[in-house]
Ligand binder design. Structure first.
Ligand code: FE2
Length: 511
């Protein structure tokens, strides 16, 4: 978006506080004042984003980082606070600025900005930008959620997960950014931990590396994101306070909790999350709900932070451990489970979308009578899965649909009340999105096992991509889009398969 100098000067006058408001605020009594902060380059190197839409608001995100890979993790910023101004307009040229304000960007949070804007109109398109000193960010687009009690005819969103930097970046986001979506739901593995990543600077610079992708930035600049983490934002297969057995920090619980705190803080600093999601040390409340009128309620889960430890690390599967039925084990922890059940029971929505991390349906990797499963997924927490499927069976909330990621492979699954009986009732439908870029070295195992799993309607472990979900009062449709080559950013997305669930009838049908 290029503005002529004269008109952009004039428009700056509408920024909150005008020029005086750009004066530095002292974070430390000894810090020099940046009356007019000057940066070695435009500090908005990591882009901008919006997230967690409500009918009247949105959270706007950016982070000031003129040198995003500075070794100390401070992004080339001085050790004091700065005021960052923002604007929201009803048009991309900012002729009609409807809201403006400012946030203090602090060194403690890596000069990230999380501006929670209220007073907007429901189901409305907005454009936003930031300014610090004389530097201006790119322009982002966002959209608010429909009004409470309204009956939207359609909600369209993208499902994304697993965007390993090494896997190629990011044809999937480039194609996604060309669509007209109401939001993007990201169910984890937004970043992958590096070897020996442990300090806050390590995790910050890893996020900054991912955010250097113009295609990831473009998707964030185009749609509001609703995010939840899985394991790799912290460490492969971590569980609550437990590290992987092969990790150096695993024998030192306090050291792992410090690592987790660093990872959570960097995650918060780099994503459009609201204040209730700001971590306190190693703790972060990430499960939360979002409503899209009477059409869809999103129940966003955190199945990592509170889970019992994995019973085995066998990969991709191994004989089912008898303790998967131990009622003391948990994937969500009681408080989150009760919150979910309450949210389902009280939901005004036609569709209840449960956005979470790992695959929920059983998947048996062994063609013999032995049940061989992956214990990091819900298969390792059968007691938790049974509590949820029994709740749905007995309480009958409207149209639950499960969204998952983690496995770098696309699946469509009918979730059965009892997986031991193929004729058992279908209680809900699961759409597992493939990875944005992460590879699937176990694709052949998945393909070999398909005949053992008649409740699985579709798989594609070979391609990377994203899933477009279209929700109407009549159906929930998922279009599986794959890119020919994840490493080639110009690779187009093609439709591989479409499945739909009809209102009132769980189970996926090819559309
Ligand atoms: Fe992953």
């Amino acid at each position: 978006m290029s503005l002529s100098l004269a008109t952009s000067r004039r428009r700056f006058l509408t920024w909150t506080g005008g020029a005086a408001a750009t004066a530095a605020i002292y974070g430390f009594s000894t810090a020099p004042a940046w009356a007019e902060p000057r940066f070695p380059q435009n500090p908005f190197t990591l882009g901008i984003a919006s997230g967690d839409p409500t009918p009247d608001g949105i959270v706007l995100w950016t982070r000031l980082a003129p040198e995003p890979q500075a070794a100390d993790g401070r992004g080339g910023m001085p050790p004091y606070q700065l005021q960052v101004n923002w604007q929201i307009a009803a048009d991309p040229e900012f002729r009609t600025v409807v809201k403006a304000g400012s946030e203090v960007a602090t060194p403690e949070l890596a000069h990230s900005v999380h501006a929670e804007v209220v007073g907007l109109n429901p189901s409305s398109d907005y454009w936003f930008r930031f300014r610090v000193g004389s530097e201006e960010s790119q322009v982002g687009h966002t959209r608010t959620a429909p009004a409470a009690g309204s009956d939207p005819g359609k909600v369209t969103f993208g499902l994304a997960s697993c965007q390993s930097w090494a896997g190629g970046r990011y044809a999937a986001y480039r194609t996604m950014a060309q669509e007209d979506l109401d939001l993007v739901v990201h169910v984890g593995d937004y970043t992958y931990e590096g070897r020996n990543h442990e300090s806050l600077a390590d995790f910050r610079n890893n996020h900054a590396k991912y955010k250097s992708s113009p295609d990831l930035q473009a998707a964030h600049a185009r749609f509001p994101f609703v995010v939840t983490f899985d394991d790799h934002e912290v460490e492969n297969n971590w569980a609550a306070g437990m590290s992987q057995p092969d990790n150096e920090a695993s024998n030192e619980p306090q050291r792992f909790l410090q690592l987790r705190a660093n990872a959570f803080q960097a995650y918060y600093e780099h994503l459009p999350l609201r204040r209730p999601q700001r971590p306190t040390g190693p703790d972060m409340v990430l499960y939360r709900g979002l409503d899209y009128g009477n059409l869809a309620r999103f129940h966003v889960l955190d199945t990592r932070q509170y889970r019992s430890d994995q019973l085995t690390e066998n990969f991709p599967g191994g004989p089912q451990h008898p303790d998967v039925y131990d009622p003391s084990r948990t994937l969500m922890v009681d408080a989150q489970e009760q919150w979910l059940f309450q949210g389902l029971a009280s939901s005004p929505a036609r569709w209840n979308v449960i956005a979470q991390q790992t695959m929920m349906a059983q998947y048996d990797y062994d063609p013999s009578e032995v049940l061989s499963v992956n214990h990091d997924q819900w298969d390792g927490y059968v007691v938790s899965r049974n509590r949820l499927t029994n709740f749905i069976h007995q309480q009958n909330p409207a149209n639950p649909v499960i969204l998952s990621g983690d496995w770098h492979a696309a699946f469509v699954n009918d979730v059965l009340l009892d997986f031991a009986d193929p004729a058992s009732k279908i209680v809900t439908t699961e759409f597992v999105g493939t990875s944005i870029s992460s590879g699937c070295g176990w694709a052949q195992s998945i393909k070999n096992a398909l005949p053992n799993n008649p409740h699985t309607r579709y798989i594609n472990p070979d391609k990377r991509g994203w899933t477009r979900c279209t929700v109407t009062p009549e159906e929930f449709r998922s279009d599986y889009l794959t890119v020919a080559a994840a490493a080639d950013t110009t690779s187009p997305a093609v439709l591989d398969a479409s499945f739909a669930v009809s209102n009132g009838r769980p189970g996926a049908q090819r559309a």
